[in-house]
Design a protein around this ligand. Structure first.
Ligand code: IPD
Ligand code: CA
Ligand code: CA
Length: 258
């Protein structure tokens, strides 16, 4: 599909740009007390926006650092030009580029690219998910006892009582282990290819999860709200898993959220 090729091309170009800037001196600004943005985030977004709007000038565009355009088109590109900015700013090589495409609010294509490992995760609706062109599938893990889970914490963790800490504590005591790697799009890609068995997080943004949700679905997994209902990428709450441990995760979330 041409759309997916464009997504992959843009993600790889942005990945190259970010790699060149990684561990070099960055201009770092604070969007909040602990929420960073760097000149690399902005440059990556500009590049992706340019590539996509040159190819599909009539499509709408929504990206984290603000280069949005709204046209009357049913197509909307949803872009995180650098997912894992805190890691990037600290020289920790766990970050990626995430590009999703919606048509009439349905995610139809997605690409998550991690230049650090040259791993490109791609999916288009109805055609499966791939890692570097090879089909991937979610894990077959049946129980939380045997599961490796991933999550993250919101940037308002200091101010808000909705801080994911009680959920983290409960999963830490019921799963094999829980990781907080710092890039939600990569967490989802890793769940899609079976490295993680499940993921939960709230207060996410559409650009964190649009591409990753499609990877999960096309790899045979399940993506829902915390209660198991249809997800809404604008609501920011996501539970994603291999499907087998989904109900067990819903139960923990229900118990900890009261
Ligand atoms: C963040 C990362 C992190 C998640 C945050 C996101 P950013 O994105 O994905 O893992 O916990 O909720 O905002 O700011 O690095 O693009
Ligand atoms: Ca992000
Ligand atoms: Ca980002």
């Amino acid at each position: 599909m041409e759309y997916l090729k464009t997504a992959e091309y843009a993600a790889r170009q942005a990945g190259d740009l970010l790699t060149k800037r990684f561990t070099r001196e960055l201009k770092i600004e604070k969007k909040g007390r602990i929420n960073l943005v760097t000149d690399a985030d902005r440059a990556s977004e500009e590049l992706i926006k340019r590539i996509i709007s040159e190819t599909y000038p009539e499509h709408s565009f929504l990206a984290e650092e603000g280069t949005g355009t709204k046209s009357g088109s049913p197509y909307l590109w949803v872009v995180d030009p650098l997912d894992g900015t805190t890691n990037f700013a600290h020289g920790l090589p766990i970050w990626c580029v995430s590009i999703g495409l919606l048509k009439d609010r349905e995610i139809i294509a997605g690409c998550v690219y991690n230049p650090n490992l040259d791993e490109c995760f791609t999916a288009e609706r109805g055609s499966g998910a791939c890692l570097n062109g090879h089909p991937i599938a979610v894990s077959t893990t049946q129980t939380l006892d045997d599961a490796l889970l991933a999550t993250g914490f919101p940037y308002d963790i200091r101010e808000s009582p909705l801080d994911n800490l009680s959920q983290f504590a409960s999963f830490a005591k019921s799963a094999r282990a829980v990781r907080r790697a710092g890039a939600a799009a990569l967490d989802l890609a890793y769940t899609a290819c079976g490295r993680f068995d499940g993921f939960w997080e709230f207060k996410l943004s559409p650009w964190d999860i649009a591409a990753g949700i499609l990877l999960i679905e096309e790899a045979g997994g399940q993506a829902t709200s915390y209660s198991g209902d249809q997800y809404d990428i604008y609501q920011g709450e996501l539970l994603a898993s291999n499907g087998k441990i989904h109900n067990a995760m819903i139960e923990i979330l229900r118990n900890t959220l009261g």
